[in-house]
Write a protein that binds this ligand. Structure first.
Ligand code: FEO
Ligand code: CA
Ligand code: CA
Ligand code: CA
Length: 502
């Protein structure tokens, strides 16, 4: 889309400067429409759009770039959806609301004749998926003691980022599930998985245990040279590992959604950044690594236990701890793999970095790799704390930042001001240099950037504006500033103004 033109010289877009304003600021010539905000009615049944919008995926209807289904993740709740939490303990009513406002929305959206993006609440597809929705479990942990013998699970929550599959379904990642599981007294081993939904089929709801249970940020799906499906995943915890799953069987386009079975059986690998090897996380490997430690071995009786206790298993077999691996994207140009490491104050990585993995022979199925630090956060590059990533068709990487609300505009984060959206060329003279495209409202984080296929529209979530509000009468943000509205609302916007090929 932008290629080498992503600089002031070309005049394609004039980078903005950091801002503290309670606005979504874009470069000259671009505009945004708020498509759906927290509590907006999404369908004829009166269901409401959830809180904490994160990942977006656009599924065209009949090949259209101006009408389709938008899948949005609702990661967590805040004071504007469930009210202040007294003495750190949710009331019974707050627990119910917490389960309702998290999860996912499927909404139908379109661009009208005036170029404004809107929600179509008459849609037959529009629906909520949340902490009450029943999911079918698949893979090695299904029905095993690790899950209390369960073959289904109640609900999904803490849905952070996600990905689309090669068979036109959406994957959504349960990240910081433990808070919600604990306060709602649901079995915590039923969460922390990758879930799959079909936006066009309400009955299709799965949790794939073969992809491991951890604080899942995202999925990035591609194909190995031999046709097996490969899924890269980050575990967003300080000192956590990077994973990839390789299916046993091969992708067959003609099978459509039936390819989903590929996510039920295969091998989960963890990256060792010292040896440059992907290490299989298997029961044999774990037991061998735990030799002489009977108490550790006793936890692992089946592969179901291994995927359920994935964080412990991966460290045993030799996975390398890293600095909060968040979003991962596979470059559509050369199969290199970009990983956003947000930051890790455990050992001084304050501004984070983006790692680029080079798989052997550019084969996503390879078990050997090399890597480089593609870009480091900080004053020199202009961004701090990278999170979600998305490529455009010219090889520019779009990066949103996640400086925590308590750190924004303070100390060494001061010069970055509010969180932003940046464009970083991956080749050419501006390689690795971040140009700011957007600045978010007060105490927000922009999440889930996703282009329409024609790259004329960029969907983006505005997550947790006004997050630090203590007094509801006096919120720190009222974005999106609808007339008469006294609260801030997480929302999804559509950004227009791109001039493809110019
Ligand atoms: Fe939910 Fe890792 O951000
Ligand atoms: Ca994230
Ligand atoms: Ca992404
Ligand atoms: Ca984050």
């Amino acid at each position: 889309l932008f290629g080498f033109k992503t600089n002031k010289v070309s005049g394609y877009f004039e980078p903005i400067t950091p801002s503290k304003e309670d606005q979504l600021i874009l470069p000259k010539g671009f505009k945004y429409d708020v498509i759906a905000a927290m509590d907006d009615i999404i369908n004829q049944a009166g269901e409401k759009f959830g809180d904490g919008s994160d990942y977006n995926a656009f599924f065209p209807l009949e090949g259209s770039n101006v009408r389709g289904l938008l899948v949005n993740n609702h990661e967590y709740t805040g004071v504007f959806s469930i009210g202040p939490i007294k003495d750190g303990k949710m009331t019974a009513d707050q627990v119910q609301k917490n389960l309702y406002y998290q999860g996912m929305s499927v909404i139908e959206i379109y661009r009208d004749e005036n170029g404004t993006w809107k929600m179509d609440t008459k849609s037959k597809h529009a629906r909520r998926i949340n902490g009450f929705t029943k999911f079918e479990l698949t893979g090695p942990a299904k029905g095993t003691a690790a899950l209390g013998g369960a073959t289904t699970a109640q609900g999904t929550f803490a849905n952070c980022s996600g990905g689309v599959t090669l068979w036109n379904t959406a994957l959504s990642c349960e990240e910081n599930y433990s808070d919600t599981a604990e306060v709602s007294k649901l079995p915590s081993t039923h969460y922390g998985w990758v879930v799959e939904i079909d936006p066009f089929d309400k009955t299709y709801l799965k949790k794939h245990t073969a992809l491991g249970r951890f604080n899942h940020e995202n999925t990035a799906m591609g194909l190995a040279a031999d046709g097996r499906v490969v899924v890269y995943m980050g575990d967003d915890v300080k000192d956590a590992c990077v994973y990839k799953f390789i299916s046993k069987g091969k992708f067959d386009k003609s099978k459509g959604r039936a390819n989903s079975a590929l996510l039920e059986s295969g091998t989960l690998y963890v990256a060792n950044l010292k040896t440059g090897k992907w290490i299989p996380i298997t029961l044999d490997g774990v037991l061998k690594a735990a030799e002489g430690k009977a108490d550790v071995q006793a936890k692992f009786k089946t592969q179901g236990d291994v995927v359920t206790l994935c964080q412990e298993a991966s460290r045993l077999v030799g996975g390398t701890p890293t600095d909060r691996p968040e979003d991962i994207e596979i470059s559509p140009f050369d199969n290199t793999v970009f990983i956003a490491h947000t930051n890790n104050d455990n050992h001084g990585n304050i501004h984070g970095h983006i790692t680029r993995i080079f798989e052997a022979n550019n084969d996503l199925g390879a078990l050997d790799f090399d890597f480089e630090i593609f870009a480091a956060g900080g004053r020199q590059s202009g961004f701090s704390s990278p999170d979600n990533l998305v490529f455009d068709s010219d090889g520019d990487l779009w990066v949103v930042t996640d400086i925590s609300s308590t750190s924004q505009n303070k100390g060494v984060y001061k010069s970055f001001m509010n969180n932003g959206l940046f464009v970083i060329p991956t080749s050419g003279p501006s390689k690795g240099i971040a140009l700011q495209f957007a600045s978010g409202p007060v105490e927000s984080e922009m999440t889930g950037p996703f282009f329409t296929p024609d790259e004329q529209t960029l969907f983006l979530s505005i997550q947790h504006p006004g997050e630090e509000t203590k007094d509801l009468q006096n919120p720190t943000s009222r974005w999106p500033h609808r007339s008469g509205d006294l609260k801030a609302r997480a929302a999804v916007v559509a950004i227009s103004g791109f001039k493809l090929g110019k």
